[in-house]
Design a protein around this ligand. Structure first.
Ligand code: COA
Ligand code: ZN
Length: 346
């Protein structure tokens, strides 16, 4: 016999009654912090080298559009990611807007030296929750990565620079499958409690996250570290990007990575595709009454600059379709159509 139907029915009714709708469903002007990773996660997956001056212009367009944080570039090996070899020049060329945090991806001590020299506001340390992905992407075991990143955190502390950690494959690994929650939360604990990171970004590197999993992981993180920053980094590989964002907000998250135009992906993760698209997420959140602080018109104008730079269209549905109230003219023979319709009643 299966479990008693009456007991499961009554518990689900009690659960529904006990749960109040969260602010995300009531348009309560909730603040959501948007962080663009297009010039890092986005451009790293492109084969075309975008000229340094154009990268600088993109970063400046993003900060002028009101993004809370911009992940400008990555201080990784130029052999691993040749298209970001100009990281120092990009950092030197940007015009810093007050209040915007300029963060950079750092995998090791060499990257930290370059990032500190470039006066990054934050070092975004990268490592994977999955051993297979960490070895493929960073050529180290997770333990080796962590030992190097502990040194990086000490360097950042010494320089008075904040540390965030991007934990790749937190929602699953394309080579290993599901990564246990305890593994993910265990690494979060090492970075937050042992290294003093101010926050963790749970990255869904290849779009394996789904809403109920997102809610469970966000709640577990929030319960253990209510004061630490939490960022969610989703890829739209399987079409679940936006629903995962909404699920995360419902569970208590307020910070999201997204990529201008929806470009992006890790070159060392099989099957990786674009990040959730910044203008799509901002558009949806603004429709729902959230306060993102982003000027959507400027953001869309910035996204429209991408196709000629990368040599192909962007996945952004907002670039293709416009905003929901970007209205279109009626058909040219509209008056005739109406007259003909009304004549039927005469
Ligand atoms: N910045 C610039 N150069 C770096 C560097 C950094 N952060 N880290 C290493 N290098 C250089 C070394 O100086 C060395 O140069 P040399 O050959 O001229 O002597 C070379 O790269 C190899 O260094 P090594 O320490 O042996 O690195 P590795 O080949 O084992 O690669 C990483 C390890 C982490 C440096 C490399 O895999 C990497 O940068 N990965 C990042 C991948 C990425 O960005 N993925 C997408 C983001 S999720
Ligand atoms: Zn990513």
């Amino acid at each position: 016999m299966s479990a008693s139907p009456s007991s499961s029915a009554s518990s689900s009714i009690t659960g529904a009654a006990a749960r109040a709708p969260s602010d995300v469903w009531t348009g309560a002007g909730q603040r959501v912090f948007m962080q663009d990773v297009g010039t890092r996660d986005g451009l790293q997956s492109e084969t075309t080298f975008v000229p340094t001056a154009d990268k600088i212009a993109l970063v400046d367009a993003l900060s002028q559009a009101g993004l809370a944080k911009v992940e400008v570039t990555a201080f990784v090996s130029p052999k691993a990611i040749p298209v970001l070899a100009d990281a120092s020049e990009v950092m030197a060329g940007i015009t810093r807007q007050p209040g915007v945090i300029y963060t950079v991806l750092v995998p090791n001590v060499r990257g930290a030296e370059r990032a500190i020299e470039a006066r990054a506001d934050e070092l975004n340390l990268v490592m994977s929750a999955s051993e297979s992905h960490n070895l493929s992407n960073l050529r180290m075991t997770r333990e080796q990565s962590f030992a190097g990143l502990a040194e990086v955190a000490a360097m950042a502390h010494q320089a008075g620079i904040a540390v965030n950690v991007s934990l790749s494959c937190s929602f699953g690994c394309p080579m290993e499958g599901d990564v246990p929650f305890e593994t993910v939360l265990g690494w979060c604990g090492h970075f937050l409690e042992d290294l003093g990171a101010r926050g963790v970004t749970l990255c869904d590197t290849t779009g394996m996250a789904y809403p109920t999993q997102v809610v469970a992981l966000v709640r577990a993180y929030r319960e253990r570290w209510p004061e630490a920053q939490l960022t969610l980094h989703f890829h739209n590989t399987r079409g679940m990007g936006l629903v995962n964002v909404i699920a995360a907000i419902d569970a208590g998250a307020d910070r999201f990575d997204a990529s201008l135009g929806g470009i992006g992906g890790c070159p060392y993760a099989p099957g990786a595709t674009g990040n959730v698209c910044t203008e799509e997420i901002v558009h949806a959140l603004q429709c729902m009454g959230c306060d993102t602080g982003v000027d959507l018109e400027r953001l869309i104008a910035a996204a429209k600059r991408l196709p000629p730079l990368i040599g192909h269209p962007v996945p952004s549905q907002i670039v293709s379709a416009g905003r929901r109230l970007d209205l279109h003219p009626r058909p040219r023979d509209f008056d005739a159509i109406r007259e003909r319709a009304l004549a039927r009643d005469a």
